[in-house]
Design a binder for this molecule. Structure first.
Ligand code: ADP
Length: 581
C-alpha cells in the first residue's frame, strides 16, 4: 500500500495524465462512433425533410383546388330540373373575383340520356354564347360516364369531386348534381386555368412553404423545380444543376406534373460530412485543451511537491550543517575551559578550529539570510569601484585556514597585467567566491588530487574568476539544474556530502545581479570548473582611464606576500599559493 502511494507520488504527472487521457480518449471514441451514425442519419433525415416539404406543397395545392371546386360547383338539383337550365344567368355560389384558378365553368343537365350543356364566364358572371368547340368537346367527353349513369334506372352516385385531365389543355374538375334519391341529374364543371396555376399559384405555394421547412435562411440552399407533363421546367426558384434529392407528383390536380427539390450548394451528404468534420475537430480540440490544461496543472503540482520535498531536505540538511560546527566549537571550548590544553601550539590549533567552524557557521547563516532576502525581493547590492583581484585575494586569505586544515592546496593564476577595475558589490562577490571554494573543497574530499585552482582573467568585456577542482564532478544532465534553489545532486548516489542546496542559487543570483553569468564545465569523476563572468563597468560617465585610478586598494604587496604572481600570463603555469601563517 505504502509502495503504491510512493509510486503514485513519484509519478503523479503520468498517473494523473493517464487518469484523464484514458477516459477522454474513450469518450472521444464513443463520440466519433455516434458522430458517424449521426452523419448517416442526418443525410437521410435531410432528404426525408425535403420530401415532407414537397408533400406539404402538394397538400396546399390540393386543398386550394378542392375547397374552391367544392364551393363553386355546389349547384343545387333544382337548377337543372325541368329543362330550365338556360333560364339561369349565373347559377353559381361565388362570383368571378372569388374564383381564383378557375377557367370557364359549365353545367350539364341530363334528361332522358341527353345532356344540355351551358358554359359560363366567371370573369363576367354570365353565359358564354359561343363556347370554344375544343372546350365543348372536352366537356362532353368528361361528362359522358355520368350521362350514361343518369340514363341507367336505379343508378346512384355520390357528390364526390372528379378530376378529368385526359385532355391536357382542358383540365377540369367535375361535381355531379344529385337529386334527393342520389340519382345524377346533371354535372357542374370547372376548367382549370393552367396559366394561373403555373405563373401565380405554384410559385406562391412553393415560396410560402419554404421558410416553414427551411428556416433561418436555409431556404437559400434549396432549389425547387416544377416540371409539366412534357417534363419541361415550368417553374424553378434557382438554377437547376444536379440530381433531385426528392420528387413528388402532385396529388388531385395536375397529377402529371412533378415537383423536385435539390440542394443549391451542398448535397445532404456533403452537409452531413461537413458537420461531422466540424464536430469531430471541435471534440479533438477540446480534448487537447483539456489534456494540456490538466498536464499543466499536474506539472505545477509535481513541481510544488518536488519543491516541498526539497524544502524538507533543506531543513534536515541545514540542521545537520549547523550541528556539526556547533559541536566542534563546544568540544574545543570545553577542552580550553577545563584547562586540558596548556601548550601554546595546541591552544592556537584549537582556536583556529573554533575560528574555522564559526566562519562556516557564519557562511551558512549568511547564505540562508541572503537567500531569504532574495526570495522576498529585499536583497540589495552596494556597488563600488574595486579591483576583482583584490576581492579574490582577500577571499582566498579568509578561506586559507579551512583549506589548509583539509590539506587542500590553492593554486592561483592571475594575469601579467592587472585587470581593469570594475563596479561590483565587494561583499557579495566575495560570498559567491567563498561558496564556490567551499563546494570545491566539499566535493573533492575523497579525491587524491587536492588542488583548487583559482584563475582570474578577462574575456570579451568580462572579467572572469574560475574555481577548478579535481573532485567528484557533475553529470552532464545535472549541470543545468544545480543552480536551482534547494537542488542537490542525488545525495548518496554521487556523494554523501551535506549541504543546503542554496550555494549555487545564490552565486547565480549575485552574478546575474551584476549583469554577469556563471557557467560550469565538469566531467563526472574528474572535477569541475565554475566560472564567474562579471562585466567590466565604470562608475558614472567618467572615462575609464581618468576615472580608473590605481585599482583601489589593490595591494600588490599583499598579493606578492600571498604568493600571488601578478605578472603571470593568462593560462600560465600553476603557482602554488603560499599563504602566510
Ligand atoms: P550544496 O549546499 O548542496 O553544496 P550548492 O547549491 O552549493 O548546494 O550545490 C548544488 C549541488 O551542486 C550540490 O549538491 C552538488 O551536488 C553540486 N556541486 C556544486 N559544486 C560542486 C563541485 N565543485 N563538484 C561537484 N558537485 C558540485
Amino acid at each position: 500500500m505504502l509502495k503504491l502511494r510512493t509510486f503514485l507520488k513519484q509519478h503523479i504527472v503520468w498517473v494523473g495524465l493517464l487518469a484523464v487521457v484514458v477516459p477522454l480518449i474513450s469518450i472521444l471514441y464513443v463520440q466519433y462512433q455516434s458522430l458517424l451514425k449521426l452523419e448517416k442519419t442526418s443525410s437521410v433525415a435531410d432528404k426525408v425533410w425535403m420530401r415532407n416539404y414537397l408533400a406539404d406543397v402538394g397538400k396546399e395545392v390540393k386543398y386550394f383546388y378542392w375547397t374552391n371546386a367544392e364551393q363553386v360547383l355546389n349547384v343545387p338539383p333544382h337548377v337543372v330540373a325541368g329543362g330550365r337550365l338556360s333560364e339561369w344567368k349565373f347559377p353559381f355560389n361565388k362570383c368571378g373575383e372569388e374564383m381564383e384558378g378557375a377557367g370557364r365553368l359549365f353545367i350539364a343537365a341530363f334528361e332522358s340520356g341527353n345532356a344540355e350543356t351551358v358554359f359560363y364566364d366567371p370573369a363576367s358572371n354570365s353565359v358564354v354564347a359561343n363556347p370554344h368547340p375544343a372546350e365543348m368537346r372536352a366537356a362532353s367527353l368528361a361528362i359522358a360516364p355520368l350521362k350514361l349513369l343518369s340514363a341507367e334506372p336505379g343508378a346512384t352516385v355520390t357528390k364526390q369531386l372528379m378530376v378529368f385531365e385526359h385532355d391536357h389543355e382542358h383540365r377540369m374538375i367535375l361535381k355531379p348534381i344529385v337529386d334527393d334519391e342520389a340519382r345524377v341529374v346533371g354535372v357542374a364543371g370547372m376548367f382549370l386555368d393552367v396559366r394561373f396555376f403555373r405563373e401565380v399559384y405554384l410559385p406562391r405555394a412553393v415560396r410560402n412553404s419554404l421558410p416553414k421547412f427551411f428556416p433561418d435562411g436555409k431556404d437559400e440552399n434549396v432549389v425547387v423545380t416544377v416540371h409539366d407533363d412534357r417534363d419541361e421546367v415550368v417553374f424553378a426558384n434557382g438554377p437547376v444543376k444536379k440530381e433531385a434529392e426528392a420528387v413528388l407528383y402532385l396529388p388531385f390536380v395536375f397529377t402529371d406534373w412533378h415537383l423536385s427539390v435539390e440542394s443549391r450548394n451542398m448535397t445532404p451528404e456533403q452537409w452531413a460530412r461537413r458537420n461531422f468534420n466540424f464536430n469531430l475537430s471541435l471534440s479533438i480540440l477540446m480534448t487537447l485543451v483539456l489534456v494540456g490544461g490538466v498536464g499543466l496543472a499536474l506539472r505545477t503540482v509535481s513541481r510544488e511537491m518536488k519543491l516541498s520535498q526539497m524544502k524538507t531536505d533543506f531543513v534536515s540538511n541545514v540542521s545537520h550543517e549547523l550541528r556539526t560546527p556547533l559541536s566542534s566549537i563546544r568540544v574545543f571550548g570545553e577542552f580550553m575551559k577545563l584547562g586540558r590544553v596548556r601548550e601554546g601550539e595546541k591552544m592556537r590549533e584549537y582556536g583556529e578550529h573554533i575560528e574555522t567552524e564559526s566562519r562556516r557557521l557564519t557562511q551558512l547563516i549568511n547564505n540562508i539570510l541572503d537567500f531569504s532576502k532574495i526570495e522576498s525581493g529585499r536583497k540589495t547590492y552596494k556597488f563600488e569601484r574595486v579591483s576583482l583581484e583584490e576581492v579574490v585575494a582577500e577571499t582566498l586569505k579568509t578561506c586559507e585556514v579551512r583549506l589548509k586544515q583539509s590539506d587542500f592546496q590553492i593554486v592561483y593564476e592571475g594575469t601579467r597585467e592587472p585587470l581593469p577595475p570594475t563596479v561590483l558589490d565587494h561583499e557579495a562577490v566575495a560570498q559567491a567566491l567563498v561558496n564556490l571554494l567551499d563546494n570545491a573543497v566539499k566535493y573533492s574530499e575523497t579525491s587524491t588530487d587536492k588542488r583548487v585552482v583559482v584563475r582570474t582573467g578577462q574575456e570579451e568585456g568580462f572579467l572572469t574568476v574560475s574555481v577548478r577542482d579535481f573532485g567528484v564532478g557533475i553529470a552532464r544532465k545535472e549541470q543545468s539544474k544545480i543552480f536551482e534553489k534547494f537542488y542537490r545532486v542525488g545525495t548518496g548516489l554521487v556523494h554523501d556530502v551535506k549541504g543546503s542546496g542554496l550555494g549555487l542559487a545564490l552565486v547565480k543570483h549575485i552574478v546575474e545581479s551584476h549583469g554577469g553569468r556563471v557557467r560550469v564545465e565538469s566531467d563526472l569523476g574528474r572535477g569541475s570548473t565554475f566560472t564567474i563572468c562579471l562585466p567590466i563597468r565604470r562608475l558614472g560617465d567618467a572615462p575609464e582611464d581618468e576615472a580608473a585610478p590605481r585599482p583601489s586598494g589593490f595591494d600588490k604587496d599583499l598579493a606578492l606576500a600571498m604568493g600571488v604572481r601578478t605578472d603571470v600570463q593568462q593560462h600560465s603555469h600553476h603557482v602554488p599559493l603560499n599563504l602566510p601563517d
